[in-house]
Write a protein that binds this ligand. Structure first.
Ligand code: NAD
Ligand code: UDP
Length: 352
């Protein structure tokens, strides 16, 4: 059934791919973003579709829209350098964002999916990580604004489910990569590819022995859509990731080989609390969704390298974290000017 669907964080890397998929499947999409890390360029190609509306809004503030069938709550910076840039804002996006979107789901009777994360496991001592593992998070470290924010958001989701019967879906996403990551995103796949293509040094943090398991974005989107359409009693949390585990050093060597780069591997300081080993146990996803990732690391990297080759030839990276865009700049962006301001059909009164 075609549903009016709200996507928060829609102008970000994963959110924009989700919008593509929902529009292609015939849904009407309300794309909400405050453009903190997202870019209007990620969804500009969809603005010709009459089924997309863009709303510039911070999810830390209440949102009043009616007639929503489904909500995908993705709004939150995901790269460590961006979520640590303004940690209090990250916590607010996670906790106030979850509360506001849960209230919206409750008012509109929508099913709501929360983009949770493998970071709820912190620096895990169980390997690979099953959903039953309760994690090893430092609550006062530099990653805590994100990790604890996401953990508390999960708590809120399950409390709304128990108390109010809200229909919830909670995927725990492991490292996802692909086209439309920003050149200045700061995460490992985009950093290494951009560095390799520019011939810059490849910055390995620590000794590169730490591991991650990388999932191509199309596989993650398939899992989101499958999970959203499961029966009411399927809530998760469910791990969504590719269980092919590699070390950061192996990833660097692979990208250098695939790009034909002459970049050197250099070893720099390991950030605090960087998880040593991470890999999802995806047996639960397989059993409830019939889902396993299809795109191999080599294929996914080839597609991502191709994307960055094209992006860098038009827009060279400055190689540093981007500051948050000024509100004035956001409002003058061609996308927002070209987009009809969204007016909800049935305004509901604010909460008392
Ligand atoms: P991203 O930074 O590219 O996208 C996040 C989007 O949210 C951006 O468009 C940003 O502008 C927007 N945003 C941030 N704060 C907001 C706010 N307060 N109000 C409205 N919009 C806001 O990151 P991504 O990789 O696309 O991640 C999307 C979601 O998936 C995030 O919630 C992230 O925590 C989760 N996730 C991603 C990964 C991954 O590997 N990519 C892994 C685990 C979880
Ligand atoms: N990393 C790295 N060089 C970089 C960026 C990241 O060695 O330029 C490492 C980082 O220390 C971590 C891994 O790559 O061990 C994954 O980092 P990312 O920021 O992509 O995601 P997360 O740590 O959240 O899994």
């Amino acid at each position: 059934m075609m549903t009016r669907t709200l996507v928060t964080g829609a102008a970000g890397f994963i959110g924009s791919h989700l919008c593509d998929r929902l529009i292609a499947d015939g849904h009407e999409v309300i794309a909400v973003d405050n453009f903190f890390t997202g870019s209007d360029g990620n969804i500009a190609h969809l603005t010709t579709s009459r089924r997309l509306r863009v709303v510039c809004h911070d999810v830390a503030l209440p949102l009043r829209i009616d007639h929503i069938g489904a909500i995908y709550n993705l709004a939150c910076p995901a790269s460590p350098c961006h979520y640590q840039r303004d940690p209090v804002r990250t916590i607010k996006s996670n906790i106030m964002g979850a509360l506001n979107m849960l209230d919206l789901a409750r008012r509109t009777n929508a099913t709501i999916l929360q983009a949770s994360t493998s970071e709820v496991y912190g620096d895990p001592v169980i390997h690979p990580q099953p959903e039953s593992y309760r994690g090893n998070v430092n609550p006062i470290g530099p990653r805590a604004c994100y990790d604890e924010g996401k953990r508390c958001a999960e708590t809120l989701f399950f409390d709304y489910h128990r108390r109010h019967g809200t229909r919830i879906k909670v995927p725990r996403i492991f490292n996802t990569y692909g086209p439309r990551m920003s050149t200045n995103d700061g995460r490992v796949v985009s950093n290494f590819i951009v560095q390799a293509l520019k011939g810059d040094d490849i910055t390995i943090y620590g000794n590169g022995a730490q591991t991650r398991a990388f999932c191509y974005v199309d596989d993650t989107i398939d899992a989101f859509v499958l999970l959203m359409n499961t029966p009411v009693d399927v809530t998760g949390p469910v791990n969504i990731g590719n269980p092919h585990e590699v070390s950061v050093r192996e990833l660097a060597e692979c990208i250098v080989r695939m790009t034909g780069s002459h970049s050197r591997l250099v070893y720099v300081r390991l950030p605090a609390d960087d998880p040593v080993q991470r890999c999802p146990d995806v047996s639960f996803a397989r059993s409830i969704l019939g889902w396993t990732p299809k795109v191999s690391l080599e294929d996914g990297l080839a597609r991502t390298i191709d994307y960055f080759r094209k992006t860098l030839s038009v827009r060279p990276s400055r190689g540093e974290a981007r500051p948050a865009p000024e509100p004035a700049r956001q409002m003058s962006s061609p996308l927002l000017r070209a987009t009809t301001p969204y007016s909800p059909p049935d305004e509901v009164p604010p909460r008392a």
